[in-house]
Design a protein around this ligand. Structure first.
Ligand SMILES: [Zn+2]
Length: 79
């Protein structure tokens, strides 16, 4: 199967981080700021597997991480 996962960018301007969702999912909650992201409107690219999606997300967030750290990093670690 192709394009099963969508890499999405958080629509909260103060957050703007990346996460991923199944393409058949309508919304995804941002793990950084808990905003509901509309998957269709926020997709930056579609990928085949969750492994690839995760690699993209961590790569993109690492670039952002040079500027800011996610709020949860200071307080608590969650899966
Ligand atoms: Zn967010």
């Amino acid at each position: 199967m192709k394009d099963e996962f969508a890499v999405v960018k958080c629509t909260n301007r103060e957050c703007g981080r990346y996460t991923y969702a199944k393409t058949d999912q309508k919304t995804r909650k941002c793990p950084y700021c808990n905003r509901q992201i509309k998957v269709i409107n926020s997709t930056v690219r579609n990928v085949d597997t969750s492994t690839i999606a995760r690699a993209y997300v961590s790569n993109l967030n690492q670039k952002l991480g040079e500027k800011t750290s996610p709020a949860w990093m200071k307080t608590k670690k969650r899966k």
